[in-house]
Every structure is written in C-alpha cells, then in structure tokens.
Design a protein around this ligand. Structure first.
Ligand SMILES: Nc1ncnc2c1ncn2[C@@H]1O[C@H](COP(=O)(O)OP(=O)(O)OP(=O)(O)O)[C@@H](O)[C@H]1O
Length: 785
C-alpha cells in the first residue's frame, strides 16, 4: 500500500501528520560481557537525545558515529522514567480515542522483553505493558459519566504463522483489511474490568508464548508478540462513542547464527525472524524515502504493523541496543534503522462514533432487553392478581428460586406477587374446581414466562456487567496524593521532553551559525584572494601594455633602420652596377656571371670553381669533371664546410672547389695606375641621374619596379655591345643579378630580371619550386662551354 494513500478512518477527526517517535535504550553490560572484557562502545547523552557509537573494529573508518533521536536512555534509566517520559502521553492519546502502537526493536538480548514486560511482581521493574494497565484503569476509575468497554487480545507470529495466545488451539488466523484498518478475524478477545483481569490475560498469554534458549539470551523470544487493547468509551451525557486501540509489540530479536549458536530448530526460527525483521526494515526504509511502494505484504509482521507505520496510528519505536563492542555491527544496524524510522510520517486519527463499536451494539441490545422485560413483568403481575381473585382457596405455593440476577427486577416481582396474594386473601373466594384448573393453567404459563424473563434479565445483566461505569472506585484505587504525584511526574516528563527539543534546536542553530561563520570567513578569504589576484592581473596588464608599447617602438625603430640599410644597399648596388657596367670588361663580366652562384645554405653568392682538367685515362685530360650523380649537388658535410673555412693545410682538399680562395701568383704588372678620365658633361649628367635616389627610398613595388627598370636600362645599354644571350649562356640581365653579394634576405629587394634566370636568388628569400632539370647542373653553376 502506498504511504500516501492513507486509509480513511470511520467518522474520525484527523490530526496533523506526526512522525514516528524514536527512542533508544541502551541496557547495562551483561555479566558475560564484563567477564569477557569486551569494551563499552556506546555513549548515551540523555539530555540531548544523542547516542554515540565508537568504532574500535575498523580503524580505517570513521571513529565516532553520532545519532540523534527523540529521546535516549542509558543503562541507569529506570522503567518508571521511561514510562512516564515516553509511554504515558501515548496511552493518554489512546484514552482520547486514537490508535497507538509501541514496539521494541533490536538485536537479541538487548532488553526488548525487559522493556515491554519487565520483571513480574516487581513494582519497580515492571515493564510498559503492565504499566499501561494501571494507567488505563486509573483513567477509567477517575472518569465520571462515561461507560467503558475494554477488550484484550494477545497473539504471536511464530514462523510466519499467527497464533492466538489466549486460545492456543484455535484455528488458523489471518490478517485482513477493512476501512478502519487491519484486523485479525476470529481472534479471541477477553473483556476486562480491572488491572487484575488484564494482568491475568497477559500471564495466560505469556505462558503460551514461544520462548527458547540461545547463547545470547536464556529466555529468548522466538516470536513477535502483540498485546492488543481496545477501549471503547461512551459519554453517557452526549451518548457519543470513541475508540482507542493500543498495540504493544515485543519483537523477536535479530540474530546471527554464529553468535546465537542456533540448533537446527532455532535456525529455522531465526531465518523466519530475520526475514520478518528485514521486511520490517524494508518497510521503514520505503516509508522514510517516501517510496511509492511500501512492501507491507512481504510478511505477517509488516501487515499487522501497517497502521502503525505510515498509517493512522501514533507510534513509538523503542530501539534496544547493547553497549558492548562485541555487538558493534548489530548496534550500528539498529541505530541506523532507528534513524530512518524517525522520518516515517503517520496520520493519526481519532476514532469517534465508529460504526463497528461493540459498545454501541451492547447499548442497543440492553435497551431492547429492557424493553422486552418490562411489559412481561407488568403482564405477569396483572395475571397473578387476576388468578388470585379467582382462587377460592389460596393454594400455599413454595416460592421458586429466583434466577434473575437483577435485584431490582426481583424486588419488583416479589412485591407484585405479595400484593396479588394479599388481595386474594382478603377477598377469600369460594373454592371451585373449575376455577382451580384454570388457575393451574395460568400458573403454568406464568412460570414459563417467568423463566424466559429470567433468561433475558440474565443476558441483560451480563451485557451491563461488561460495561464499566467510570468514576466508581476512584478512592479505592488511588489516593488524592498519588494522583497529584502522577500529574507531577507527567509534567516533569513533558518539561524534559521540551528541554531535549530545545537542546537539539540549540545545537542545530549552533551548527548553522558555525556554518555561516565559516562561510563568512571563507568568503572574506575568497575576497582577499580575488583582490590579490586582481591586483596581480592588473600589474600584469600594465606590464604587458608597456611591453606592447616597447615592442611597437622597437619595431618602428627596426623598420627605420631596415629602410636606411636598404637605401644604403640600393645605393651601393647602383654604384657597383655602374662600375661594373662602365669599367669591367665584358668577358670578365661574363665569366663572373657564369661563375657566380647563390649558396642556399650560407645564403650568399659565391664563385663556382672552374672545372679542372681530368685525366680520362688515355693520357688526355677531360675538361669535364665526372659527376657521381648527374644533376644533383654533391653533398657537403658540415665538417667539410668548417674545414673549408679554416686555414689548416689539411683543409686544402675541402677548398679544392673554391678556386677563388687560392692565392694566385701575381703576374707582372702590365698596366698603369688608373687616372680619372675626363668625363664629358653628358656622361656626368647620365651618372648623376643614375645615382639620384632621393632621401627616402620607397620599397613599394611600383617604385622598386621603376628603379629596377632604370637599372636594367643601364645594364642593357652598357651590355648591348657584349655577347648575345643564348640558352646556354646567361643573359646580361641574369649576370647583373648574379653580381649581388649581399644577403638578399636582409635587403628584401628582388633582383632585376628574376623572371629570366633560375639561378638567381628568389625575391622572397626562399627557394622557388624546382624547374624541370636541364642538361647541365645549373645549381652548381656548370654551363656548357
Ligand atoms: N535496562 C536493563 N536493565 C537491566 N537489565 C536488563 C536491561 N535490559 C535488559 N536486561 C537484561 O538483559 C537480559 C536480556 O533481556 P531481554 O530478554 O529482555 O532481551 P530481548 O531483547 O527481549 O531478547 P530476545 O530478542 O532474545 O527475546 C535479561 O536478563 C534482562 O533482565
């Protein structure tokens, strides 16, 4: 059944939802535990409702577990304290027409039976059940203008079977459900009229209860026992009825086979007990988690507890635990279940004017019987009178024994008979045989009616006897002082309960305050941290901005320097080109152009060595040097490069190709010192025009183009008389570009006629994609002669 779909009560008033009240009770150390030297691991703080469990089993786990409950009792708590503080208010509610349930839960041998029943014939050690008897009858005896009907049943669930403890041989019992809740049809109920009646019922039931011996407990309950008290109350002034039901449950203890030393039979019992308890645990969990499905139907126990857990009852769970480390795991399980049970919400209802109240039935029956008896008595009296008149001679009749239990009715009857007889005596009619027969006949009829009447009266007396009139024996039961004492105890209990609640609230508030304070502290720290981060970031930002400005400044400076360098280079280039074109003989120029080669690796122009004559083997020298791999450059190692640069004698072999680096024997001088020729005015104008570059050289393409074209013009003009360009010989334009000795990456200026000569260094400073290989390894500067 769903926890949300609460069963409606029958004409009852509903109170707000109420959580299951959970109380933990820790028993003292047993003798066995003491002798075995098992340490105590449970600390109870009764004024805060707190239980602390120390973990000595697994050092890796949390050392202390703290649980908070509605109330917690240590070994020193007395039965009286527990009753007045926990149970008394609940029983008062039951006497006000509510359903109530108290159940003791826990491991075997932790004191469930001790808590519920206590020690017999010992006022101090008396448990909850006998104390409720006293409270109930004290209430009944105090309450005037009320009629009470108190019925008691006692049953047990043994091996998942319901057994009537008051009628052990009764047939198979079942749990049923109806509008007002779960019930057990055919369960024997005994009407009680006093504390003694109830105590006797309990004793009879306990005698029939299944108890066994285990290692953990000498008198271990092997069944779940449920003592049911039903109190029907009728206000005789308003004629309203209310019903209170109280279930007092002593569960069998959960146990471990290894610890209890269970025999085959005990094992079977234990498995059933554990099954029912685990289904109770499942129900508690499902209710605590507000699950849509609550598995009440998994066991008889949970079906019977359906109203008490998540139903219409006020419920108290007493979780019994032991203090010893030996039972650490079981104690932890019990405490956890108890913690969960705290979240179960019930919807208690007040059973007012229920349709199925026995008291109502009884009252109706009594009325009916009274109505039946009264006219019959009247008739009888009249008949007796008439018969007496007719009687001539009064026959002396022995008075029959009155079976009527009701003294009032008997007196009335006696008076009527006496009256009739005296009347008959006074009139003294004459005896007549006919009359005598008639009288005898009517006497017989009267006798029959009288017997019938007596039966009805007996039934009436029995019904009336079951009903107890309230406020009768108050002074017999308790003195005024005792009542006063009782009230004070309840007051104290109430105050203590409030104290615990306040203490718990205080602790909660302290925790919250601490949390807030911690949060505040952490927020302040966070702010401080963020401030520091922010100032760091700002400093970084300023530094970066400065860096950016510096970079910009440097960049501009570099740019200016580069422009200046470029200008210088262009000027130099122009100068050199002019010199070459005007003063270097064409053949030399051609040779230089042919030999000039751009070294990609060293990024500079170099003169390729002239091919040496090679001995072909036949005594003749071949002009061509054999190529190990045609059309490929001979690889030059880093070592070779280094050696070529050094002046060591061993380095000669690496310099072999660079003929330019050899010192030549200077020929005898055949020329004269150069004297500046007299340049004609027109030539000077041409030179001046050629050297004219302006202060700032624009590196934009158009400008470069114009410059280039001007240079080309100069070169072409000067070289027009030289050798004509062929496919095999580089053109003059190509030669002009080959003269460059500056690193073109630095100048950034594209060489003139770059489109015509593949040997020229590309304008971008990068090697252009290779063209299809020609017949000669141009890359090495080799040309067909
Ligand atoms: N609070 C207590 N003060 C003193 N003795 C106690 C207390 N609780 C339990 N005991 C003792 O511990 C023993 C076991 O208690 P009890 O039989 O009530 O356990 P139980 O939980 O009902 O066990 P089981 O589940 O096996 O029936 C008994 O001898 C009982 O007197």
């Amino acid at each position: 059944m769903s926890a949300k779909s609460k069963r409606p009560g029958t004409a009852n008033s509903q109170t707000p939802n109420e959580c299951v009240q959970v109380v933990v009770r820790c028993r003292p150390m047993s003798n066995r535990e003491r002798t075995e030297g098992s340490p105590e691991v449970v600390n109870v703080y009764p004024n805060r409702g707190v239980v602390e469990l120390q973990n000595l089993v697994d050092v890796n786990k949390e050392q202390r577990k703290v649980f908070t409950y509605d109330a917690a009792y240590d070994a020193s708590a007395t039965q009286t304290t527990l009753y007045h503080e926990v149970v008394f208010p609940l029983v008062s509610s039951v006497l006000d027409g509510f359903n109530g349930c108290i159940f003791a839960y826990g491991q075997t041998g932790t004191g469930k039976t001790f808590t519920m029943e206590g020690v017999r014939n010992n006022d101090d050690l008396m448990g909850i059940i006998p104390r409720t008897f006293e409270q109930i009858w004290l209430h009944i005896n105090r309450t005037e203008n009320f009629q009470f009907l108190v019925d008691v049943s006692y049953l047990e669930i043994y091996m998942e079977e319901l057994r009537d403890l008051l009628k052990p041989n009764s047939k198979h019992l079942e749990v049923r459900e109806r509008g007002s809740g779960v019930y057990v049809p055919n369960l024997h109920a005994i009407n009680c009229k006093s504390v003694d009646d109830m105590t006797n019922v309990m004793k009879v039931g306990n005698k029939n209860r299944t108890v066994g011996f285990t290692n953990m407990n000498e008198h271990s309950s092997r069944s779940h026992a449920i003592f049911m008290i039903k109190i029907e109350m009728c206000d005789t002034e308003t004629n309203t009825i209310k019903v209170g039901k109280l279930n007092l449950i002593d569960l069998a203890g959960s146990e471990r086979q290894s610890k209890t030393g269970a025999s085959a039979e005990r094992l079977k019992e234990a498995s059933k007990i554990n099954l029912a308890l685990s289904s109770l645990g499942n129900v508690i969990s499902a209710l605590a988690e507000n699950s849509p499905h609550v598995p009440y139907r998994d066991s008889k126990l949970t079906r019977l507890l359906q109203d008490s857990l998540g139903g219409n009852s006020k419920t108290i769970m007493i979780a019994n635990i032991g203090p010893s480390n030996y039972n650490y795991n079981e104690t932890l399980t019990t405490l956890r279940y108890a913690q969960r049970a705290k979240n179960i919400q019930n919807q208690p209802i007040k059973n007012e004017d229920p349709q199925d109240a026995k008291l109502k039935e009884y009252q109706a029956e009594i009325e009916r019987l009274k109505r039946l008896i009264a006219p019959q008595q009247q008739q009888r009296t009249e008949k007796l009178a008439a018969a007496a008149k007719k009687r001539v001679k009064k026959p002396k009749r022995e008075p029959t024994q009155r079976e009527l239990p009701d003294s009032v009715t008997q007196e009335q009857l006696q008076a009527a008979e006496d009256e009739a007889e005296s009347e008959a005596d006074e009139s003294e009619p004459e005896s007549d045989k006919e009359n005598e027969a008639e009288v005898a006949k009517s006497s017989e009829q009267l006798e029959r009616e009288r017997i019938e009447n007596a039966k009805l009266a007996a039934k009436l007396a029995e019904l009336e006897g079951q009903l107890v009139r309230g406020g009768k024996n108050l002074l017999d039961t308790y003195s005024e002082r005792q009542i006063e004492l009782e009230k004070k105890l309840v007051e104290i209990a109430e105050r203590k309960k409030r104290e615990i609640e306040i203490q718990q609230q205080l602790e909660l508030q302290e925790e919250t305050t601490l949390e807030i304070r911690e949060r505040n502290v952490s927020l302040e720290q966070e702010v401080e941290l963020k401030k520091r981060k922010l100032s760091k970031c700002y400093a970084k930002y300023l530094a970066l901005q400065q860096e950016l400005n510096d970079c910009k400044h440097d960049h501009n400076q570099d740019l200016r320097e580069l422009e200046m360098a470029q200008n210088e280079l262009v000027k130099e280039l122009k100068r050199q080109l002019l010199i070459i074109d005007n003063f270097v003989p064409i053949e030399v120029k051609q040779r230089l152009y042919t030999q000039a080669k751009y070294d990609e690796e060293q990024e500079e122009w170099k003169f390729a060595s002239l091919p040496l004559p090679i001995n072909a083997g036949d005594g003749k020298f071949s002009s061509r040097r054999p190529v190990s791999h045609p059309q490929r450059r001979r690889p030059i190692s880093e070592y070779a490069l280094q050696e070529a640069k050094s002046s060591a004698p061993s380095a000669l072999r690496f310099k072999s190709e660079n003929i330019v680096s050899y010192e030549l024997d200077m020929p005898c001088r055949t020329t004269q010192e150069y004297k500046t020729p007299k340049v004609s005015a027109s030539l000077q104008a041409v030179l001046a025009q050629a050297m004219e570059t302006g202060d700032d050289i624009d590196i934009v393409d158009t400008h470069t183009k114009s410059l280039r074209s001007r240079l080309e013009n100069i070169i072409n003009g000067n070289a027009s008389g030289g050798a004509a360009s062929t496919d095999d010989t580089p053109s003059t334009e190509g030669a002009a570009s080959n003269v460059r000795t500056v690193k073109s990456t630095r100048s950034g200026l594209p060489s003139p006629g770059s489109a015509l000569d593949s040997n020229r260094r590309p304008t971008t400073g990068r090697v252009p994609p290779k063209k299809p290989a020609s017949a000669y390894p141009k890359a090495r500067g080799l040309v067909n002669k």
